[in-house]
Write a protein that binds this ligand. Structure first.
Ligand SMILES: Cc1cc2nc3c(=O)[nH]c(=O)nc-3n(C[C@H](O)[C@H](O)[C@H](O)COP(=O)(O)O)c2cc1C
Length: 197
């Protein structure tokens, strides 16, 4: 199984990235391959000028195409998801997420905006035709502690538990996901089985 993770924070020191990294560790422990991206690592000019032919963007699209699932994490900015993340999502083709399972994650300073994932991020992921969108996770800033010295970053136990539960669901959804047939696969299988239609 291949999962692409996308961090949507413009900040180098990022709480949503801490949650995303923990999700990566937990998925890898289950044998899932995770390829990680951060929106701030793409050339800003390519994103701001919507350069669909940007080599970094094309490489990202190719990886998304191969992926079984996506995890998208974003900070809440002005009661929505980050504008930086939107500039990247805008470069995905319309059906980029069809046949894929998607787990959205958001971190915010206030629980008042915990629904930002539902009313802001999910509609965009749905527009990209995500096949199955899981409920998603909202984490408050005070539930995430940055690494310091030799102490690794950590999540509050309640958040760690929610994340583990969501990843369990994600993993199950990935396992039952119907895989699209490669072009020509159906006719090859029929010929090999000596069937005709
Ligand atoms: C420009 C800006 C706007 C923000 N707007 C909100 C907001 O509307 N609601 C909220 O709960 N937190 C808001 N926050 C707080 C961030 O969502 C929160 O600190 C988040 O965990 C940051 O994630 P990051 O460290 O991955 O960038 C805002 C922070 C910034 C810098």
């Amino acid at each position: 199984m291949l999962v692409v993770s996308v961090g949507g924070s413009p900040s180098a020191r990022s709480r949503s990235a801490v949650v995303l990294e923990r999700a990566r560790q937990l998925l890898q422990a289950r044998g899932v391959e995770v390829v990680s991206y951060q929106v701030r690592e793409f050339p800003a000019e390519d994103l701001l000028h919507a350069r669909f032919d940007s080599p970094q963007v094309i490489a990202f699209l190719q990886m998304v195409e191969q992926a079984d699932g996506l995890i998208v994490a974003t900070p809440v900015y002005k009661a929505s998801f980050s504008g930086a993340l939107k500039t990247l999502l805008d470069l995905l083709p319309e059906r980029a997420l069809s046949h894929k399972v998607v787990l959205p994650i958001a971190t915010g300073g206030s629980i008042a905006h915990m629904l930002a994932v539902d009313y802001a991020l999910k509609p965009v992921l749905a527009a990209l035709k995500a096949q199955e969108m899981l409920q998603g996770i909202f984490a408050e800033d005070n539930q995430i502690t940055y690494a310091e010295g030799s102490t690794p970053a950590s999540l509050a136990p309640v958040l760690e538990q929610r994340l583990e539960g969501a990843l369990e669901e994600f993993h199950q959804a990935l396992a039952r996901r119907p895989r699209p047939l490669a072009p020509g696969q159906l006719s090859r299988s029929l010929i090999e089985a000596r069937w005709s239609i």
